[in-house]
Design a protein around this ligand. Structure first.
Ligand SMILES: Nc1ncnc2c1ncn2[C@@H]1O[C@H](COP(=O)(O)OP(=O)(O)OP(=O)(O)O)[C@@H](O)[C@H]1O
Ligand SMILES: [Mg+2]
Length: 326
């Protein structure tokens, strides 16, 4: 399948040839496919925001290329402009960018810039408001009368109203309470399903990512050390920790078990996967040796009880893993 958006050996250096020179991207080959739900994860300062600002032409490469549907977005100014509408970018804390008198006008800003007629603008504003759960009567309010969570919704609606083929969100759930997080993630999933759009989600939260995305791209020091399904990525538990990225709690427990000598798959992050991994491990181990699953090491009181029935083991391993279940 052809990538909808792609970077080739993308380099970005801020403040080049000054004492503040800083290479934020050091040759990144990134791609996203049509309809894919992709996560970008990396610690603070790793280059995530720099990368996504390249994907809709807000930043210009120091070297390398950004391709949208196979064409270099900088090859023609018309194409750069079109990419800005087709690749929608929701910044971190986008509520600080609200500035119109009413919620309606704020959401209508993007579609109006696209040169759409009033009827189409109206349809899009209402559809976008509906997606993010804003009521009709809220459209006439000043955005400044709304709560923090509602402002965030208005800002997201403003980008959705452009009906982008690719929707990129930089930490969309930052600073929200758990209910707000779940509800925004659901809005994004709804947009994904309804428009078959490509979603690129930037987050620090492995837990949010693990239960949401099809594929994870890890960024570290302006490079992509590895990418793949969440399970493939979580196999690199120790490297992720070394990069300052926590893996989901359940994954951490299973990596620890493996470090203790258990012959078990440590890439799990949902209860169902955990149960499967424990059952598989028990199957590989002769019955009488179940209590020896953790190797020859003498057991200590704090060790997990691997000789317990698998169901108990799964529950015990998952405690505190929150909504990790599929
Ligand atoms: N406008 C700028 N001028 C100079 N350096 C910058 C600028 N913006 C970012 N940087 C530097 O580039 C590097 C990558 O920054 P970037 O904002 O892309 O990281 P990030 O992964 O998005 O971080 P965070 O998780 O904190 O949002 C950092 O070292 C940062 O200090
Ligand atoms: Mg950032």
């Amino acid at each position: 399948m052809e990538a909808i958006i792609q970077t080739k050996n993308l380099v970005h250096t801020y403040s080049a040839a000054t004492p503040f020179e800083r290479t934020a991207l050091a040759g990144v080959d990134f791609c996203a496919y049509p309809g894919e739900y992709l996560g970008i994860i990396g610690h603070t300062g790793s280059g995530k925001s720099t990368l996504i600002q390249h994907l809709n032409g807000l930043l210009k490469p120091t070297s390398g290329q950004v391709l949208f549907q196979g064409t270099d977005i900088w090859s023609d100014p018309k194409l750069t402009r079109r990419t800005r509408f087709q690749v929608g970018l929701v910044f971190q804390y986008p509520e600080y960018q609200l500035f119109e008198e009413t919620v309606y006008k704020d959401i209508a800003f993007g579609p109006r810039n696209m040169g759409l007629d009033e009827g189409e603008i109206d349809r899009r504003v209402r559809a976008a408001a509906y997606f993010v759960g804003l009521r009709d009567d809220q459209l006439d309010k000043s955005p400044f009368e709304l709560s923090g969570g509602q402002k965030r919704r208005v800002a997201i609606a403003g980008v959705i109203a452009m009906e982008p083929k690719v929707l990129i969100l930089d930490e969309p759930t930052a600073g929200l309470d758990p209910e707000g997080v779940e509800s925004i993630l659901q809005n994004i999933r709804d947009y994904h399903t309804a428009h078959n759009a490509t979603i690129i989600l930037v987050s620090h939260s492995m837990e949010d990512m693990a239960r949401t995305v099809d594929r994870l791209v890890v960024i570290n020091d302006g490079r992509i050390p590895f990418q793949g399904t969440p399970r493939e990525v979580f196999r690199h538990g120790e490297e992720l920790e070394a990069m300052g990225l926590g893996v989901p709690q359940l994954t951490r427990v299973f990596h620890r078990l493996r470090a203790l000598g258990a012959d078990i798959d440590p890439s799990v992050y949902t209860l169902e996967q955990a149960k499967r991994a424990i059952l598989d491990a028990l199957e590989r181990t002769p019955r009488k040796a179940h209590s020896g699953l953790l190797g020859e090491r003498k057991k200590e009181p704090g060790d997990m009880k691997f000789s317990a029935p698998a169901g108990n083991g799964a529950e015990q391993a998952s405690s505190g893993a929150g909504k990790g279940a599929e």
